[in-house]
Design a protein around this ligand. Structure first.
Ligand code: ASP
Length: 341
């Protein structure tokens, strides 16, 4: 057995991921894996390691999670996240949370409290505020521009939607009809996994005591319906960890597909018999058989510290680090060398 932290930074077409943005993305992945490794080296358990790694990516603004979250159809960021501890299958999760850039810390509080697994919307927001977590910063101008481009609305801030007077109402109705048509086209793009910057984040870890944990955190899908909650809020779909099965998994991709396939639980079941690499591969095969290519990907670690990272999209950012080893392996595209098994 060898302790390990493995992170992902989302799967998708990543058509805007080049140049400086690609470098920032790779740096963010490496930094996250280093944060998880530092936690393990300081004697923290797997739960602390995955939290350290995910927190780092939530704060960076580079990923579609925390500070960098995408915007829904009304121009708001609402976040989903989940955390699971393998030792006792304790879990915490939040859906459509808008009050903090660290929804995984709310998930952690729920997991430790043990009363409920999942809080959504206002309940999750209230819990975040009660915990004194850092607020979610307003979306950057760049995010609003991406939203305006994707939604077909020629504004830069959602507040600009508010107009008065009949003529303006009519003009607004027309604009909304057009926007809806375009939004439908965009939604189709996203269901096919062709989101412009689909960078959900996640982490799995095995600690020196042989304990496993998994976490995932996301802004969800661009232009998602108001109130939509995806796989990242659902243990079993977006992440799963179970020491008895000897595996932890964290997913990214079209959440509606992961929910229906219960992807991360499936991967852990497979890992118990066949190890992490086969688990990741077969869970993606399952998605592809049911829903086609561009569904997403996942990372898996098993009780022996073996890893798997597979996706059926154009790319998936991933990074690996082991306590006591200086190297951090970062990969984005399928051809990038990355250890498996
Ligand atoms: N799985 C996330 C969701 O559907 C999105 C992603 O991984 O890019 O909310």
């Amino acid at each position: 057995m060898s302790a390990v932290i493995l992170v992902h930074g989302g799967a998708g077409l990543m058509r805007t991921l080049e140049g400086a943005r690609l470098q920032a993305y790779r740096d963010g992945l490496a930094e996250s894996a280093r944060a998880g490794r530092a936690a393990l080296e300081q004697g923290a358990g797997a739960v602390e390691a995955v939290l350290a790694a995910v927190r780092c990516m939530e704060a960076s603004g580079v990923f579609n999670a925390g500070a960098g979250s995408c915007l829904d159809e009304e121009g708001h960021a609402t976040l989903d996240a989940a955390l699971m501890r393998g030792r006792d299958r304790a879990a915490g999760a939040v859906g459509a949370c808008a009050a903090t850039l660290h929804p995984t810390d709310v998930a952690r509080d729920l997991m430790e409290e043990g009363r409920h697994v999942l809080l959504v919307g206002e309940g999750a927001d209230r819990r975040a505020r009660r915990l004194g977590l850092p607020p979610l910063p307003p979306p950057t101008v760049e995010r609003y521009e991406a939203w305006a481009r994707l939604s077909g609305r020629h504004i830069t801030r959602p507040e600009d939607l508010t107009t008065t007077g009949q003529a303006e109402d009519q003009a607004e109705d027309q604009a909304e009809d057009q926007a809806e048509d375009q939004a439908e086209d965009q939604a189709e793009d996203q269901v096919a996994g062709r989101d412009p910057e689909g960078d959900t984040v996640g982490a799995v870890a095995l600690d020196a005591q042989g304990r496993l944990a998994a976490a995932v955190s996301t802004g969800g899908l661009w232009l998602k319906a108001r109130g939509r909650v995806g796989d990242s809020a659902l243990p079993g779909a977006g992440c799963y960890a179970c020491d008895d099965l000897g595996a932890a998994a964290s997913a990214t991709g079209v959440g509606e597909r992961m929910i229906r396939a219960v992807t991360c639980k499936l991967a852990c079941d497979i890992a118990q018999r066949e190890g992490a690499a086969a688990a990741a591969r077969r869970a993606v095969d399952d998605l592809e058989r049911r829903f086609g290519v561009d569904s997403g990907g996942l990372i898996v670690v098993d009780r022996l510290g073996r890893i798997g990272a597979t996706f059926n999209t154009h790319g998936m950012g991933r990074a690996l680090a082991r306590p006591g080893q200086a190297e951090v392996v970062v990969a984005v595209w399928p051809e990038d060398p990355f250890p498996t098994g």
